[in-house]
Design a protein around this ligand. Structure first.
Ligand code: TEU
Ligand code: CA
Length: 556
């Protein structure tokens, strides 16, 4: 594996709408982000991905773009964007934007022109089909529920494809003219000084054509998109072209949001000459997904988490670097998803951080993860903003759950959990805004906030800073960044442990993921404790008794 400039770095996702509001309208914005660049530097961040800030009706919170070349006024101006790029550069922070090109917004001019003339140039930028004998072209289910086909405005005899929300018409990547439009836009942004992109939902751009039905897998008579994706071939032609026309010439850093890649495809995606620099490891967050929806998903245990991490590490080997995440804007808060209520203490939050950040690959934090921010409570479905959650709630009701049970089931998984305002302080609205926040803050901000944790040397925040600093410590960076990951004691329950081994050094990362103590014995003892999430360590010769939720990083 070739060494790349970003291999020893730390990446961080900002969800701009919920990060920091500078003008009191309750919506986070670019000037708010600029004001927090020094905070990101203090944390140890080198690369920042901004979720979409382009013009958008926000039907899917900006993942429905109506103008790729402009900043939505809610988030600021292009001058603000240029200032952010300049200020970030001064701090050696690389800025990534979100590349959302599987679809655009139905309010994009291309789609408006397509509705005026479905058979013309712009009609061919989309998938528009005739509705024949009242039958839709195929039985695929949108990621957000219902059919992927919607009547084309003004043409009741035609329909258009949207794998996501009906306000997100899919762009037709089979059309070289459309692809040229995408490449022109990508290069325009890279020429402006972007460090690169996170690439949204990209596996969906290659569909199985001609349209065909897949086995019905739910009571709605439709079929999951994944059934089609499993058969789709040839995406590499598009991704190679995107890489060669845009990313390679600009030496861009790219992180693919890739679900459902096929066995053996990893080298093509993230190898030395891969389509992308890296891609996210979703193995842990995808674990336990229910066949019918969120309501019948299974709770992941510490041993499941361990197995998922080691599976991904084994699969990627030395092919390239995965981006390791605990959460993102599509997921519940990691400390609420991976830790049971009775386990959710600071020590356990630090243990989870240690197990994830010390994996081989790029640590990719999500805003608020460094504080151990938690899921919020929803008392009524009316408090929920997220379209995915609203769909999953409907699915649960349709399958017979009571409204209370349906709400409880979807609240645990809701994307809104990750989208509540960043908790800067105990001031009103968590110091996020001087106005009314677009989404209610988590009431626990009064005690769980950055200001309190900055002053507390034992806080989750200060622990993350130590953990990220250790990754860059010249004495250990080579082993932590490039060392082999070797699982150990995989048969032990609630114990996650692995070596990080280079030619000259062996580190042990171990976490006791339960309240009861566990003893481990080291063949030759250890030289040094590099990081301990508690303030003491019980040793007896070569034995260590890990206290409840204790994690250690040892130099052997
Ligand atoms: O998500 C792609 C994706 O796979 C989603 O279906 C995800 O699994 C779903 O949101 C879970 O509820 C990307 C973005 O990250 C997401 O925020 C967007 O909603 C989606 O694409 C459409 O752009
Ligand atoms: Ca604002």
């Amino acid at each position: 594996m070739e060494r790349k400039w970003w291999h020893g770095k730390v990446a961080y996702q900002i969800y701009p709408k919920s990060f920091c509001d500078s003008n009191g309208d309750g919506i986070g914005d670019l000037r708010g982000i600029i004001s927090k660049l020094d905070y990101l530097k203090e944390l140890g961040v080198d690369i920042v991905w901004l979720s979409p800030i382009y013009c958008s009706p926000l039907a899917d919170q900006g993942y429905d773009i109506s103008d790729y070349y402009n900043i939505d006024p809610r988030f600021g101006t292009m001058d603000d964007m240029d200032e952010l790029l300049a200020e970030a550069k001064k701090r050696n922070i690389s800025i990534l934007m979100d590349l959302v090109v599987n679809h655009c917004s139905d309010e994009h001019e291309w789609f408006k022109k397509a509705c005026e003339d479905p058979d013309g140039k712009y009609g061919k930028y989309f998938y528009i089909e005739d509705i024949r004998d009242g039958k839709l072209p195929c039985n695929w289910r949108s990621y957000f529920g219902g059919s992927v086909w919607e009547p084309l405005p003004g043409h009741p005899d035609k329909c258009y494809l949207h794998l996501f929300h009906k306000k997100q018409p899919d762009l037709n990547w089979e059309n070289p003219e459309l692809r040229e439009e995408v490449y022109k836009m990508v290069n325009w942004w890279l020429d402006k000084g972007l460090g690169g992109f996170r690439i949204d939902a990209i596996i969906n751009i290659k569909k199985v054509l001609p349209w065909k039905d897949y086995p019905v897998d739910r009571s709605d008579g439709l079929s999951a998109i994944q059934n089609m994706l499993a058969e789709a071939t040839g995406i590499g032609d598009f991704l190679r072209e995107l890489r060669d026309r845009c990313f390679t010439p600009h030496h861009a850093f790219t992180a693919g949001e890739v679900f459902n890649e096929k066995p053996g495809e990893l080298p093509d995606f993230i190898g030395d000459d891969g389509y992308f620099s890296t891609m996210y490891d979703f193995n842990e967050s995808s674990f336990g997904a229910g066949p019918h929806g969120w309501y019948d998903s299974v709770q992941i245990t510490p041993d499941d988490y361990r197995r998922c991490c080691f599976e991904s590490q084994k699969k990627v080997g030395n092919i390239g670097f995965l981006s390791n995440i605990i959460e993102n804007h599509d997921q519940p808060r990691g400390v609420s998803h991976y830790l049971l209520d009775e386990d959710r203490c600071d020590a356990a939050k630090k243990l989870l951080a240690t197990m994830n950040v010390m994996l081989r690959g790029l640590p990719f934090l999500y805003q608020g993860q460094e504080l151990g921010m938690e899921n919020t409570a929803f008392h009524s479905i009316d408090e929920v903003d997220d379209i995915s959650t609203l769909d999953q709630y409907k699915v649960a009701l349709q399958d017979g759950l009571t409204p209370e049970k349906a709400l409880a089931a979807v609240a645990r998984h809701s994307r809104d959990n990750a989208r509540t305002p960043f908790q800067w302080s105990a001031a009103a609205h968590a110091g996020f805004t001087s106005g009314e926040p677009w989404l209610r803050e988590n009431p626990n901000y009064r005690t769980l906030n950055l200001e309190a944790q900055r002053e507390d040397p034992d806080s989750v925040y200060q622990y993350y800073r130590k953990l990220l600093r250790l990754r860059k410590d010249p004495a250990y960076a080579e082993t932590i960044v490039y060392g082999d990951l070797i699982p150990v004691w995989e048969d032990r329950r609630n114990l996650m442990a692995y070596y990080r081994k280079s030619d000259t050094q062996t580190l042990l990362v171990a976490g006791n993921w339960q309240r009861e103590p566990q003893t481990i014995s080291l063949e030759h003892g250890f030289q040094k404790v590099l990081l301990n999430n508690l303030d003491s360590i019980d040793t007896d010769g070569n034995e260590i008794t890990l206290k409840g939720y204790q994690s250690l990083i040892l130099e052997l």
